[in-house]
Design a protein around this ligand. Sequence first.
Ligand code: ADP
Length: 482
Amino acid sequence: MALSVLSLASEAVPLIKTGGLADVAGALPGAVAPHGVAMTTMLPGYPSVMRAIGKGRLLHAYPSLMGEPARLVSATLGDHPLVVLDAPGFFAREGGPYADPAGHDWADNWRRFAAFGRAAADLAGGAIKRKRFDLVHAHDWQAAMALAYLRFAPADGGRAIASVITIHNIAFQGYFGAEVFPQLGLPDSAWSMHGVEYHGGVGFLKAGLEAAGAITTVSPTYAAEIRSPQFGMGLEGVIMAHENRVHGIVNGIDTALWNPETDRSIAASFGLRSLARRAPNKRALEEEFGLEQDDGPLFVVVSRLTWQKGMDVLLEVLDHLVGIGGRLALLGSGDAALEAGLHAAAARHPGRIGIRIGYDEPLAHRMQAGGDAILVPSRFEPCGLTQLYALAYGCVPVVARTGGLADTVIDANIAALGAGTATGVQFDGVNYHALRAAISRTVALYQQPDAWRTIQRNGMKCDFSWARSGKAYADLYASLVT
Ligand code: ADP
């Protein structure tokens, strides 16, 4: 009998995405299926989700769920079952999943995701007709309250259930004022240091970490880093208290979507044995970004434009990048000040720096296929997907040595170059000097075509498909279900 798992996420491709969580939640059901796990995903009913599922099938109707009428509707996510919380009062809004069109967090986020957690706990615990699950897997703070409800306020007829919580980014914790606590529908016993209380307020992620049978995060290095104040961001004590239950499992990439041999969004397909066919993609990208064509390396960046991603430091090194013969094509959106700084850099270096502000999935593919090297100067990076896509596409990753970046890229130091194992460039510390030196080193490597091709090929040979990580999750689930 397959193990039946309910995966709770606030995003999943192809229905709703703001970051890597969506890629993971969308791929996980297919990744664990070969290992005897039948996974149902549950999502909030954002407009894009409701449009995609159409009517669906009604599972349950709540006259009032945390103050709003709501329904649980079943549908499908690719080949796998999906349950959607259709609560228009909470989710039928213009703007992003967490913020209004101006970028401000929705003021009632605590209520929206408490409602999601409450309904998920009802479903996971078996209180909604006909549905039984062996384990619930919550992703990030938006899903974490499900575990607190299962622990402190299971529905009538609900039962204890094994659980896992995955931290995709500990910087996002779902922290709210103490005044929301009485409205959560939890007993007073939940208000404790080992319950939902966190620094005098309510911590959604913290509550999930305290309640979960196992905690995972998305790379071994990040699992170690979040024990320290620098990376744990206040939750390091909670992580340390549960450290024997913390696991690091690197994300996979969806090779059906990210494969340069079959990718329809790129100008010319290519593979390990046909690297020369990459060239038209570079030319196409240069044209698309209005860049001059020459023999120098074309750097790319595909990123949220935030402090986490080190985009402020990137701005500082752009003159140097151009000065040593590099060009840059950047796709991203985020902080207005960073966007302005990038526009200014592009204006200073016409034909050398091209900028696209926005979110454009097919363009992200074209950039991985056409760029020579991708810059990922993240201050912290739980796993990171862009460097994994880059490896698969022969776009050499230049990464900060942190989190999943440290675990997935092999630095082209003398030893690795000698052994023929290098896949990219790593640097220590996200600051002007370190990034500048890494860019110089990359340009020098690019000027040695044989060494460069070996690095590209090594990256393309890496297997970061979901096969390995899918098995790791399935093994973890099996160990928790007795
Ligand atoms: P994070 O989840 O922290 O943003 P990841 O590297 O784990 O970082 O995942 C980022 C994902 O979002 C990747 O799939 C990347 O290609 C995509 N992405 C980021 N910014 C953009 C953008 N502006 N346009 C298209 N895709 C983007």
